[in-house]
Design a protein around this ligand. Structure first.
Ligand code: FAD
Length: 478
């Protein structure tokens, strides 16, 4: 491909799809790149094309009419050649370039082969979403213990029901669709352990009143859970998992207001699968190397700092969706549209009447963001969660670093954040590069400060051969 492109969008989830569609409608030439095999991101994850007929998952989705409309807009622009959709392309780093940005990706469409690809454009929009936040507990490294998002991905992406007796735990409304989907697919959801108290929502009446669609969604999940007799235990957490070779028993306990297990409330529940989710952490890997400023997302994490047009602190760089803080797919779609309108404005694109509704979209962003802030306050991490850990509980599973080692890095060496703990113990140095343990390690040593992942120049493992090729026979998409 030799013709010039105006905008590279990384991430074809709700935010990236909406951004690309709006930018294309406004007259821009766009490259939309995603590591997945189909557009949709986490929210609209589908089985691979060849398996869709045998694995229908429509009943697990919401907002499919928006998804279908976005897909059809993107396909129409792909046919005219204005959209280049690069699936199975994993972006491993981003850099400034004299005319804008260089986006380095690996084409993994013919795995195990990899081909290095460089995408260049004056504007870059990063919509790479978020990943599950985990808090360790004794036994969380047993086979059968998964993240709540992982369970949902298996269901939506592969039609896989990963167990027969499932216990879910953590905090936040996301536990409900996962429980409902599992129950609808025939798993016995033995308990949903929600650490927060639902009454916390009553402190945010405005956010609730302004977002009736969220209530309706919650009511639908509650109906499904009631039909399948799934008990939801509030102020309760999973504090341990046991089993020989894989999980067989889950230990739960009622929590005091700080999140400390109340003596005498522990229960042992037989289960073959556990799903745990403590909210999400914005995926900032591609923004940090560009010097993008961060802001406190209000839920214990840092997110891309953006203005009301989704412009980051770096000229020409935009962010949308959960890279800017976790708030759900509807927010991601609105932010994607707002970001694209900013790109159109900043590049002085001609645009077309009817494609720009910035005021309405900005109001939608403000409404959804207010809901997200209320959600973060109603579902905080329990401050006393480290009380569940024994000294030999693994915190970093890749490098087998225990809670005891992290605590002594703090007590004996005054480690004050996850970067210092990494230097002292190797926690966060393994295959997942701290995605699993980073937030927890940070909480253990730097209580109160929001978590920002360390800057990494390489966002995904790449082979040395592909790296060497990237200097020579690289396909250059400018
Ligand atoms: C595992 C998981 C499952 C979830 N399931 C649900 C659900 O069922 N219901 C719900 O309400 N919310 C769910 N969420 C929350 C959900 O992420 C959002 O509400 C919504 O999908 C956010 O949209 P987004 O466009 O910001 O990001 P996403 O939907 O996460 O899209 C980001 C896209 O960027 C791509 N990407 C990321 N990094 C790179 C890279 N380096 N190179 C190339 N591509 C990249 C990803 O493949 C993905 O397609 C889930 C979150 C996770 C982490």
């Amino acid at each position: 491909m030799s013709e010039s492109r105006d905008l590279v969008v990384v991430g074809a989830g709700p935010a990236g799809m909406a951004a690309a569609a709006t930018a294309l409608d406004g007259g821009l030439r766009v490259v939309l790149v995603d590591s997945g095999a189909a557009p949709g991101g986490q929210f609209w994850r589908h089985p691979a094309l060849f398996a869709r007929e045998t694995l229908p998952t429509a009943d697990l989705h919401h907002g499919l009419s928006t998804y279908r409309a976005l897909c059809s807009t993107l396909s129409a622009h792909e046919r005219t050649g204005r959209l280049t959709l690069l699936l199975n392309h994993h972006v491993w780093t981003t850099a400034r370039d004299e005319d804008g940005f260089a986006v380095h990706a690996m084409d993994r469409g013919r795995a195990p082969e990899e081909e290095a690809v460089v995408l260049r454009a004056p504007a870059l929009l990063v919509a790479t979403g978020a990943y599950d936040r985990q808090l360790p507990f004794p036994g969380w490294d047993l086979p059968g213990v998964l993240t709540a998002g992982g369970l949902q991905s298996l269901l939506k992406g592969g039609g896989v029901v990963p167990g027969r007796r499932v216990v879910l735990g953590g905090t936040g409304p996301f536990l409900l669709p996962v429980a409902a989907a599992l129950a609808a697919r025939g798993a016995k959801v033995v308990a949903v352990c929600e650490a927060a108290a639902p009454s916390a929502w009553l402190r945010h009446p405005a956010a609730l009143l302004r977002n009736p669609a969220k209530w309706a969604e919650g009511a639908r999940y509650a109906g499904t859970l009631a039909r399948h007799r799934v008990p939801v235990r509030t102020r309760t957490a999973i504090v341990g998992a046991e089993g020989e070779g894989r999980v067989a028993v889950v230990r739960t306990a009622a929590l005091d207001t700080d999140g400390r297990p109340l003596p005498g409330t522990e229960r042992r529940i037989e289960a073959d699968t556990v799903g745990v989710g403590w909210g999400f952490v914005p995926q900032l890997d591609l923004l940090l190397p560009l010097g993008c400023g961060l802001g406190d997302a209000g839920d214990g994490t840092m997110a891309a700092a953006v203005d009301d047009g989704q412009r980051t602190t770096v000229p020409g760089l935009y962010a949308a969706g959960e890279t800017c803080g976790v708030g759900g797919a509807a927010l991601a779609v609105s932010e994607g549209r707002v970001a694209a309108v900013s790109v159109l404005t900043d590049l002085c694109a001609p645009g077309r009447p009817g494609t720009r509704r910035p005021a309405a979209e900005r109001r939608a962003v403000a409404r959804h963001r207010a809901f997200a802030r209320a959600m973060a306050q109603a579902h905080p991490l329990p401050p006393a969660w480290p009380a569940w850990l024994t000294d030999d509980t693994p915190v970093c599973r890749c490098e087998e670093v225990t809670a005891g080692a992290v605590r002594s890095a703090r007590a004996d060496h005054s480690a004050a954040d996850h970067r210092q703990v990494k230097q002292l113990t190797r926690a966060g140095m393994g295959w997942c590069q701290g995605r699993m343990c980073g937030p927890a390690v940070h909480c253990l040593v730097a209580r109160g400060e929001p978590y920002a992942p360390a800057e990494r120049l390489i966002a995904t493992p790449v082979t040395l051969g592909a790296l060497a090729d990237s200097g020579e026979s690289t396909s250059d998409h400018t």
